[in-house]
Design a protein. Structure first.
Length: 217
């Protein structure tokens, strides 16, 4: 009887412990935000610089500005085509592959990782304020490196997180990392980041309504 009683207590302890464990945030890194890699053939990686330059010029003449073609441009395009074909290349096939490569690169830079969506996560990063209330950031970008978007080009959209924190986080220094905890959502958004020399529109893939924001240590 005593054994059954202990077993009953253990079962109930397990049941009530489950929600608490489920609320523990999953600590992740920026690499975890990337989607699963999709292998694809990139023929341009195998080309020489002169060949890429020829393809770019041919693409500009024939595809980008066909209405501006004249005898000189057509003669140059023909010369470039002959040179590429003599090197065993098919310009038209490479133009088609260009679209595939560009699309794959776009997906790699903007797609989310579905395994994280809906999870309570904890992610470290640097804070770039978007909206301030009484010296506290209530909306901000979380970025992986110091000075991202300010001193360097913005990271890919899926390497930044738009964060809303109604309680607000007091911003004393931009270059100190923080921990952000909250539910990860896939939500594409364009934010206007105000800089000293103007404004930049930043695209993000992820959104977190933060439960807490703490100094990283």
């Amino acid at each position: 009887m005593k054994t059954l009683g202990l077993a009953f207590i253990a079962v109930w302890a397990f049941v009530f412990a489950q929600p608490a464990a489920a609320l523990e945030p999953l600590e992740i890194t920026w690499v975890d935000l990337l989607p699963e890699e999709r292998p694809y053939h990139d023929p341009f990686a195998e080309l020489e610089y002169s060949q890429i330059s020829d393809l770019a010029n041919l693409f500009r003449i024939e595809i980008l500005t066909p209405d501006e073609e004249n005898d000189t441009a057509r003669a140059r395009a023909s010369e470039i085509r002959e040179r590429l074909v003599s090197q065993g290349l098919d310009p038209d096939q490479l133009f088609k592959q260009r679209e595939i490569v560009m699309n794959q690169r776009r997906l790699a830079a903007t797609e989310s990782n579905p395994d994280l969506i809906g999870k309570i996560v904890r992610l470290p990063g640097y804070l770039l304020p978007l909206e301030m209330v009484e010296q506290k950031a209530v909306e901000f970008l979380l970025v992986p490196t110091v000075g991202a978007c300010i001193h360097t080009p913005p990271p890919p959209a899926n390497q930044m997180v738009l964060v809303r924190y109604d309680e607000g986080f007091e911003v004393n220094e931009l270059y100190k990392p923080v921990w952000v905890s909250g539910e990860m959502r896939a939500q594409s958004h364009s934010s206007a980041l105000h800089l000293v020399d103007g404004q930049a529109d930043i695209e993000t893939t992820y959104f977190v309504k933060a439960k807490s924001v703490d100094i990283y240590n």
